[in-house]
Ligand binder design. Structure first.
Ligand code: EPU
Length: 427
């Protein structure tokens, strides 16, 4: 399917970006709250919802399940969940949106059964779902697997269980947190992930009557107590820390005077720490970060991706663009996904000095001049990294297949153009 492209006229590393960039609601928070709608007997209201592809797919998925989604205003949605009755997750949507796997647990818990296709791997890695399947079975579901996908059944409902996650998976933590709300008795999730999006989801469920303790810690306890009610409640989507981080990296590279606002800098301690260590000067406010042109040379720094509050894997590719402009040798250690360094080969075509050591480790040697190139976006974060590379480079770049970028960044071309980037969308 051909999608739009971005044409970018590079700034040749000159600091020309000026103005303010507002951060939108977080993709990885709101899509889980959309799945959580399945836990509600009546309705759920959401505010500050970003207009991005992954949100549209999730709304479509809810529609297939029997929910009614109404747009109440810009970025505001009302979901009526009283008629949810479909237990088969739509294959087309599921294949396009891996995160749709978070809907499986709530459906199983609500309807006593669920069928969903193999979500498959993707360009960033294998992405197995063994933790999910093991947990559902621990809660009393029976599993049948065939070439079409997975059939899970629990006709008498699920029961609370102790679930140890072999790795602190974000979506598995969220899935069991939600599923446990409708299970009978107590569920304890051990080695739970700590990401702020999980706390945001959990706190909303609590405000609607769920009994949850331990959010933001590795042990989360949920006492199941039946369907929730969302009447007179609104979920306001938290700011997207990955979008904020991406724009902060952009500002470090090209800001004359740029303020990234509507964000929560406390969610970005690892990035801010690393950028400061590299020599980036910035003003960190309560809900903004401002970067000006009073910068010197940047020093190489090593990055190692880690679960929150460590350095986010989702910022690894954007940060690598920064490292091409820092003096010296930086090591990049991607510990979460085995396919998330593949973009470095293409980055080398821009003129970056990169050496991939194995599936998880690479070296970037800076500082190098980048030159505009015509490239294909392979996934969301690598695609964004190519946009950053194109903006830093000298000459013209074309980034094709921006569907992937639109999945997570709303109208990024228009927003960046407003602060002085020379970027336009072509069909
Ligand atoms: N894993 C398993 N078995 C499972 C599930 C996960 O072995 O059943 C492994 C994965 O293979 C991986 C590790 O656990 O090595 C951690 O992956 P995790 O499950 O935490 O990733 P995720 O929940 O699928 C979310 C975000 C990703 C983000 C990762 C890591 C959403 C919708 N997605 O994915 O976001 O990279 O956490 O922080 O929340 C993105 O926004 O671009 C994106 C890919």
């Amino acid at each position: 399917m051909p999608t739009d492209s971005f044409e970018i006229e590079g700034l040749a590393a000159e600091r020309k970006l000026e103005g303010k960039l507002a951060i939108n609601g977080a993709k990885n928070a709101v899509i889980k709250v959309l799945a959580a709608a399945i836990l509600f007997k009546d309705e759920v209201r959401l505010d500050n919802v970003p207009a991005i592809e992954d949100v549209f797919r999730m709304e479509e998925l809810l529609g297939h399940l029997g929910a009614e989604v109404t747009e109440e205003g810009p970025n505001k949605f009302l979901i009526n969940t009283s008629q949810i009755n479909e237990w088969r997750v739509d294959e087309g949507i599921s294949k396009r949106l891996r995160a749709s796997v978070v809907a499986t647990g709530p459906l199983l818990a609500r309807l006593g059964k669920v069928h969903f296709p193999h979500p498959g791997g993707c360009v960033i890695g294998k992405r197995p779902i063994d933790i999910f399947l093991e947990g559902f079975q621990a809660m009393g579901a029976t599993l049948k697997e065939d070439e079409k996908g997975y059939d899970l059944k629990a006709p008498d409902g699920l029961t609370g269980a102790e679930i140890f996650l072999k790795v602190p998976s974000v979506t598995a933590t969220e899935t069991f947190l939600m599923t446990a709300v409708l299970a009978k008795g107590k569920t304890v999730i051990k080695n739970a992930a700590l990401e702020p999006e999980i706390c945001s989801l959990g706190n909303f469920l609590k405000s609607c009557g769920a009994n949850i303790e331990g959010l933001g810690t590795p042990t989360i306890t949920v006492a199941g107590d039946g369907l929730l009610s969302g009447v007179n409640k609104t979920y306001t989507t938290m700011p997207d820390r990955i979008e904020a981080g991406s724009f902060i990296i952009l500002a470090a590279l090209l800001a004359k005077d740029l303020e990234i606002f509507n964000c929560d800098p406390t969610h970005l301690d690892s990035l801010i720490h690393l950028l400061k260590q590299s020599g980036v000067k910035m003003e960190v406010g309560k809900d903004y970060i401002r970067i000006k042109d009073d910068q010197g040379d940047f020093k190489a720094v090593d990055i190692k991706t880690h679960e929150y509050p460590g350095f986010p894997t989702d910022l690894q590719a954007p940060m690598s663009i920064f490292l091409t402009q820092a003096l010296g040798q930086s090591f990049v250690f991607e510990t979460i996904f085995e396919g998330r360094l593949n973009y470095l080969e293409t980055l080398a075509r821009f003129g970056a000095n990169t050496r991939v050591l194995d599936a998880h480790r690479a070296i970037i040697e800076g500082k190098t001049k980048l030159h505009g190139k015509e490239v294909e976006s392979p996934d969301l974060r690598a695609g964004l990294a190519y946009v950053l590379a194109g903006l830093v480079a000298e000459g013209k770049s074309i980034v094709h297949n921006v569907y992937y970028i639109d999945r997570g960044y709303e109208r990024i071309d228009e927003r960046l153009a407003k602060v002085g980037a020379l970027i336009r969308r072509t069909a």
